[in-house]
Ligand binder design. Structure first.
Ligand code: NAP
Ligand code: GDD
Length: 324
């Protein structure tokens, strides 16, 4: 049933865009999504969730202010979720300028479109734990200083501060969610969890022999994307906009995550894992561990999916996909 609210999502074809669209549709929103022009089909995630025909798509790009203004006008958005980004850290060293334009300047473009068309709209910015980079505290929260370690982290920091600045300068209801890594069966294949679960499924089915990875000593605070989009929505419902860390409060090495995946299908990691220098990065974020206490206390949010549940869910989904 309709709740008479309109949402506009950039990055609607991405992992989080798909889960957030589903959540908002279930809550009765009319959901518009900004669709960046591509020559290939990018709607597979919306299709997998069965909502391809329910999300209304508007052509646009984060680097094109006029298209964002049009998207604001067409959608009549009350809530705007800026999830669009060049989101792969590894690529940001190959395309630093594009990453800055999309992930940094692009945020200002969306904020301007909001300010011009409907300054009363509530705005959510997809900020990231990558901004902590070379961590300045063992457990990172909203007060921890930032030290980005990639062009992606640098660009995201610009978007983060732009969000804070538009809140303080123009009174926009602009919140920034500092989300730690979150994954799902809809995760892009280039990210390490999905690369692993897809490879494990292929190896199990006899279609691949090796899994080649880079640094398996790094540690991440991994949660489930389906849980994390709830935090995004909760932020836009608050009377005052603010910034929140969203994390599980647990950290695990890539190595141990890989063990969970192989163990789930009864295979031995050592028989298949190959360390390949090409997957190491020019600078690494060695460890991330978030403290979600503020989100728990103020939003009433909490993570509900363990890493074990998450990785086994992803392996099972990849097995199902590969078996047709
Ligand atoms: P994702 O799956 O890579 O999705 C990114 C989305 O951005 C896609 O829909 C993509 O469109 C779109 N996009 C890329 N360039 C664009 C442009 N120039 N104009 C308009 N749209 C563009 O990322 P995700 O995992 O869902 O993450 C969502 C957001 O949260 C991103 O901003 C990411 O940086 C941030 N974040 C993610 C995590 C995480 O662990 N997942 C953690 C913290 C923050 P195409 O499909 O057409 O390429
Ligand atoms: N992708 C990838 N591929 N990563 C590898 C590989 C590999 O073959 N081998 C080791 N890793 C290590 C990376 O070096 C990194 O330390 C860790 O696995 C996680 O890499 P990704 O899954 O690519 O994620 P990320 O942590 O760099 O970035 C993700 O999380 C950020 C939040 O902290 C992305 O979703 C970002 O968009 C997000 O902001």
């Amino acid at each position: 049933m309709s709740n008479n609210k309109n949402a506009l999502i950039t990055g609607v074809t991405g992992q989080d865009g798909a889960y957030l669209s589903k959540l908002l549709l279930e809550k009765g929103y009319s959901v518009h999504g900004v669709l960046a022009r591509r020559s290939t089909d990018t709607l597979w995630r919306l299709r997998e969730l069965g909502i391809e025909n329910e999300v209304k798509l508007v052509d646009g790009d984060l680097t094109d202010l006029s298209s964002l203004i049009r998207a604001m006008e067409i959608s009549k958005a009350d809530e705007v979720y800026n999830l669009g980004a060049q989101s792969f850290v590894g690529t940001s060293w190959q395309q630093p300028i594009l990453t800055a334009q999309v992930d940094g300047v692009g945020v200002i473009n969306v904020l301007e479109a909001v300010r011009i068309v409907n300054p009363k709209a509530h705005f959510y910015q997809a900020s990231t734990s990558e901004m902590f980079g070379l961590i300045q505290a063992d457990m990172q929260d909203e007060t921890t200083p930032f030290y980005p370690r990639s062009p992606y982290g640098v660009a995201k920091l610009m978007g983060h501060w732009a969000t804070v600045n538009y809140r303080e300068s123009f009174g926009l209801h602009a919140s920034s969610g500092i989300l730690f890594n979150h994954e799902s069966p809809l995760r892009g294949i280039e990210f390490v969890t999905r690369k692993v679960t897809d490879a494990v499924a292929r190896i199990k089915l006899g279609r691949q022999k090796e899994l080649r990875l880079g640094n398996i000593d790094s540690k991440r605070d991994w949660g489930f994307a389906g849980d994390y989009v709830e935090a995004m929505w909760l932020m836009t419902q608050q009377p005052e906009a603010d910034d929140y860390v969203v994390a599980t409060g647990l950290t695990t090495t890539v190595r141990d995550m890989v063990e969970i995946a192989f163990g789930h299908v009864g295979l031995n990691t050592g028989d298949h894992l190959v360390i390949d220098p090409q997957f190491f990065r020019p600078a690494e974020v060695d460890v991330l561990l978030g403290n979600p206490a503020k989100a728990i206390a103020r939003l009433g949010w909490k993570p509900r999916t363990s890493l074990q549940q998450l990785i086994t869910m992803m392996v099972d989904a990849d097995l199902r996909r590969l078996q047709g």
